[in-house]
Design a protein around this ligand. Structure first.
Ligand SMILES: CC(C)(COP(=O)(O)OP(=O)(O)OC[C@H]1O[C@@H](n2cnc3c(N)ncnc32)[C@H](O)[C@@H]1OP(=O)(O)O)[C@@H](O)C(=O)NCCC(=O)NCCS
Length: 232
């Protein structure tokens, strides 16, 4: 991650219509300390189970989903390793992950068709409830997507902390990185209390809260790039 070329988002007039190809740029650098995948998945699962009741199956599904997310998204970690957040996905990593999965299933399928079928059925069964929830949430997700800030932005996904204050510390360093690079940041706060938390870091609500099928009220928030903020 370190040393890669930065692709700052372009600041321009508000585009009309839906998201365009290449709309979300990926940042390819950062002074993030390196922590193993297992540690970071642990941080995410513990943090996200702190505020919600989750049974064992939900924890396992969350752990699998976070493992995949941590592989394809750009990560930032607080120095103590107690907080992590993910930034826009890296298309190359995502394509690599899909290609590796297809190749692996193809290879297993060629030699052990029963095992490959079992794997596919297992994955479908584990993710079926999550997929059903995602389908029910599509109208709400569309409503959120319509709240577009001007220009390109980096999406900040799943901030998680297991030590009080570590999440804020990490968010401050991401905000500093965004200011240094003229990045505009977007996130979806999962409820209005969290929206107030993000306001402390310069995020502003882009519209009214959107109700999700599970009862959460997402608030789409934007932190303009430094130059944009001066014009507001
Ligand atoms: C949000 C988070 C990263 C902040 O970490 P932190 O800076 O280390 O600070 P704290 O854990 O002390 O929490 C900060 C504030 O956020 C609130 N908060 C955190 N998660 C919350 C949640 N899911 N729902 C409502 N409020 C939440 C805390 O109650 C606290 O509020 P207060 O300042 O008014 O007392 C951390 O609390 C966390 O991991 N939460 C669970 C995962 C999560 O919901 N992430 C955000 C997704 S949008």
């Amino acid at each position: 991650m370190t040393g890669a070329r930065l692709v700052p988002p372009q600041v321009g007039p508000p585009p009309s219509g839906e998201r365009r190809k290449g709309d979300i740029e990926v940042c390819g650098t950062g002074s993030t300390p390196r922590y193993g995948l297992r540690r970071l998945v642990g941080v995410e699962v513990r943090a996200f189970c702190r505020f919600r009741q989750r049974n064992v199956v939900q924890r396992v599904v969350l752990a699998v989903a976070m493992t995949v997310s941590l592989c394809v998204y750009e990560r930032r970690v607080e120095v103590g390793g107690c907080a992590a957040c993910l930034l826009s996905p890296r298309p190359a990593r995502m394509a690599g992950g899909v290609a590796a999965t297809v190749l692996m299933l193809g290879a297993v399928g060629a030699t052990h068709p029963v095992v490959a079928t079992g794997l596919v059925v297992g994955v479908v069964l584990v993710f079926l409830p999550a997929a059903a929830r995602a389908v029910r949430a599509l109208p709400a997700k569309r409503a959120l997507r319509r709240m577009r800030p001007p220009g390109r932005h980096i999406y900040l996904h799943s901030l998680a902390s297991i030590a009080p204050g570590a999440g804020s510390k990490l968010l401050r360093s991401v905000a500093q990185e965004a200011d240094d690079n003229e990045w505009s940041l977007v996130l979806d706060a999962e409820n209005e209390h969290l929206a107030k938390f993000y306001e402390r870091f310069g995020f502003i609500a882009l519209g009214a809260p959107v109700s999700m099928p599970n009862g959460e009220r997402f608030v789409r928030m934007w932190r303009p790039a430094a130059r944009q903020a001066r014009r507001l």
